[in-house]
Design a protein around this ligand. Structure first.
Ligand code: BES
Ligand code: MN
Ligand code: MN
Length: 461
């Protein structure tokens, strides 16, 4: 494409400054205290899409946070790319572990990003990656090189389960009609090892409550004679894995598709260093399901993890007490073919059935979604592969991710189209953690690779 590198080079500083402005708005969807900021972010995204060359941009109201929808239709006979992203971010907590303010973006260098990375909540997930698409559109319209139609759908509830997006998609199938859905909300293997995410895991997120006595009890007067909800809860949770780290919920694995030996061998070719993996997160040994590699455990296998557990006295000093109630939040990552509603039901039935007499157990399902796989012989993968090859100089590696974007399987069901996941973040970018960042190199490379995808996808369709 003409002027691709020169245009991006010329406008690089402005591209970074505009992203900084977006990152300064604390669009935390999980916390109602930030609701005005979330709404202001939607307005900022609308303005950015207007300026980048969309013909129409609207703020679409939903029962929750609005969806920003924009489009530029140049010819009804040409293919249409639908870009999806999210403008909401995770809460910044724990605040004291941030080395600079979560909503005060700055560029600092790291081992992985010696040329600099943008530090702020949402820098990588997903404001930075979403904004690459806005700037790619700007380039294509400013230089008259937009080869096809484009639609943007940017939501504000991804980090809390995308409920309103499901509502919106079901009601707007025609408006959202497209030939491919393009998303940058995942990662790549390394800066010199580009990869395309070919799969996402599904998710079932539940909260459990174990109730024992009707009030907190003196642990001397009553201890040993009543079921202690915290003891029972931890015992029940421990029983959910066996000695091989298989999940013990009856039926849990029934629909899991095992990969063929060929597919597993193909996967094992991706560059991976166990030492580097351990060092990066400060562990002395990896841990997981028997019979699978670390890469497999974190992508093609389903998991069950406690995300939080509480109850009883956790304040300063000691208080002798048997709590009335204990709680935990549990996530199950699912693989394609497992149905999240079915798994949620299996979990609920099993967890209730293993509760001993003396306690009552409640299981409250939160959100979820199914997994997704992008075939590598489809035109969307082939076009993306050519785009990376041109901008990075090497062919990208297909890689299934362990993360989830639950709405992607719903897109396939409702809009009947495939999704291509062109992520540019690194695992070390600390998404959802303190000091989240996004490499300046990755941001700029993303803006450079996206227009090439449009070009090849249009040519190959
Ligand atoms: N962008 C992430 C998902 C992701 C990150 C996928 C990196 C692959 C690689 C997304 O914003 C996210 O955090 N998803 C949640 C699920 C959601 C329902 C809260 C997740 O995976 O925990
Ligand atoms: Mn995301
Ligand atoms: Mn996220």
């Amino acid at each position: 494409m003409e002027h691709l590198k020169s245009y991006i080079g010329e406008h690089k500083t402005r591209f970074i400054n505009e992203l900084f402005d977006l990152l300064r708005i604390p669009s935390v969807s999980a916390d109602p205290a930030f609701s005005q900021d979330v709404l202001n972010t939607a307005d900022a995204v609308k303005e950015a899409l207007d300026k980048a060359g969309c013909d129409t941009v609207e703020i679409c109201e939903t029962p929750g946070y609005p969806i920003v929808y924009g489009e530029k239709i140049i010819d009804k006979n040409l293919p249409t790319v639908l870009v999806y992203g999210h403008y909401d971010v995770q809460p910044p907590d724990p605040l004291d572990l941030w080395e600079s303010g979560p909503f005060e973006p700055v560029i600092k260098t790291t081992e992985e990003h010696p040329e600099g990375a943008i530090f702020a909540r949402g820098a990588c997930d997903d404001k930075g990656q979403m904004y690459m698409h806005v700037k790619a559109l700007e380039f294509m319209t400013a230089t008259n090189q937009l080869p096809c139609n484009v639609k943007f759908m940017i939501e504000g509830e991804e980090e809390v389960g995308s409920e309103s997006l499901g509502w919106f998609v079901e009601r707007n199938q025609e408006k959202l009609a497209n030939d491919v859905i393009l998303i940058s909300d995942t990662g790549m293997i390394a800066k010199d090892v580009p990869s395309i995410t070919t799969g996402l895991r599904g998710l079932s997120y539940v909260e459990v409550e174990v109730q024992g006595p009707n009030r907190d009890l003196h642990s001397g007067l009553y201890g040993g004679a009543v079921a202690n909800p915290i003891n029972i809860l931890t015992k029940m949770i421990a029983s959910l894995h066996d000695e091989n780290n298989h999940i013990t919920i009856p039926g849990f694995y029934d629909k899991v598709q095992d990969l063929s030996t060929d597919e597993r061998e193909e996967m094992a070719k991706a560059p991976y260093s166990e030492d580097a993996y351990k060092k990066a997160i400060g562990i002395n040994e990896v841990y997981g399901e028997k019979g699978y590699s670390t890469n497999e455990r974190s992508s093609i296998r389903p998991t069950l993890d406690v995300n939080g557990i509480w109850g009883g006295y956790t304040g300063e000093g000691a208080k002798t007490v048997i709590a009335s109630k204990a709680y935990a939040k549990i996530s199950m990552r699912l693989v394609p073919n497992q149905d999240w509603k079915e798994i949620t039901e299996l979990f609920k039935n099993h967890f209730e059935s293993i509760a001993p007499a003396g306690v009552t157990v409640k299981v409250k399902p939160h959100h979820g979604g199914n997994g997704y796989v992008t075939p590598i012989d489809g035109v969307e993968y082939q076009a993306a592969s050519k785009a990376y090859e041109e901008s990075f100089g090497v062919e990208p590696i297909p890689q299934r991710s362990g993360g989830s974007i639950p709405i992607v399987s719903l897109f396939e069901k409702e809009l009947k189209s495939k999704t291509i996941l062109m992520g540019f973040g690194l695992n070390s970018d600390a998404i959802h953690s303190p000091n989240e960042h996004f490499g300046v190199y990755n941001y700029i490379k993303g803006i450079e690779t996206i227009p090439l995808f449009y070009k090849y996808f249009t040519e190959m369709s």
